[in-house]
Design a protein around this ligand. Sequence first.
Ligand SMILES: C[S@@+](CC[C@H](N)C(=O)[O-])C[C@H]1O[C@@H](n2cnc3c(N)ncnc32)[C@H](O)[C@@H]1O
Length: 297
Amino acid sequence: MYKDLAFNDDDELIDELRDLDYNSDDYSLFDSDYRGLNFGDDFNNEADIILDVPYVPTDEKIVHAMLDLAQVTSQDILYDLGCGDGRIVVAAALERNTHGVGIDMDPMRITEAIEYASHTGVEYLVNFLEGDLLEADFSNATVVTLYLLDLVNVQLRPRLLDELRPGTRIVSHAFDMGDWKADEREACGSINLYKWIVPAKVAGTWQWQTYSGQTYRVELKQKYQNITGKAWIDDQEVQLKSALLKGDLLELTVKKDAQSRPVSFLMRYDAKQKQLLAAEKTLQATPAVKVSQAAKL
Ligand SMILES: C[S@@+](CC[C@H](N)C(=O)[O-])C[C@H]1O[C@@H](n2cnc3c(N)ncnc32)[C@H](O)[C@@H]1O
């Protein structure tokens, strides 16, 4: 019953957009421009709907690659923003028992998605909502999938960073997200898939004690998942050799001087307490507490 779709090796959405003078390589269109693109009657099938992205479904092979890249499990809540006929949400429900929500502005797509979910018997796991993805609430997602344009991704970016919990995975079919570089990139034939892990907000000055009574202090600057900064032990400046952030996990490695061995701390950001808790057996005796904010990079 479900549509038989023919796919090219090259990305279909990019092909569609080439005809509309969209240049995905040089961001030549800015927000105001792409919103004004006329996607034609096939795309904006209702007079009062202005889609930010035309409807082009993701190839089933790519759907599976996206679910694999996001490491989707039955514990996840997956949101597909601009869900089209619901195939990503339905595939996750069917194959991985995942709860999912699809949001699309086009009521025709939502009708198709609901029919598809019912046809495949997963309606108890999924929900399809008509609405604007730029305004919808997706804050309880643990996985977000996107097949939008890079400029729409960039427009969504502040909300993805502010509203999703640290550790939430975002996977995008074919389109990047400006200067927020992906944590992983996978080539699927000629198509790139991108994965980001929402980073905890750890910029600022943090202080903690070790079991031996030393006071560690770090001043961290943050741009997305990239952390730089300075470190002190008992008020003496030392080298912050590395600071690695993955979701809510922060690993800091500090070296006192040329003779000493580097010391690492693995901490987990606790959003409720706004503290960095020791994530494993470590020298860290107290949670790291924030003693001042820091400017962004
Ligand atoms: C390229 S298709 C992707 C469909 C689906 N996610 C997939 O991968 O098969 C983009 C979808 O986004 C929807 N869309 C475009 N602008 C939107 C907006 N502002 N809010 C919600 N949906 C939107 C379109 O109707 C279309 O179904």
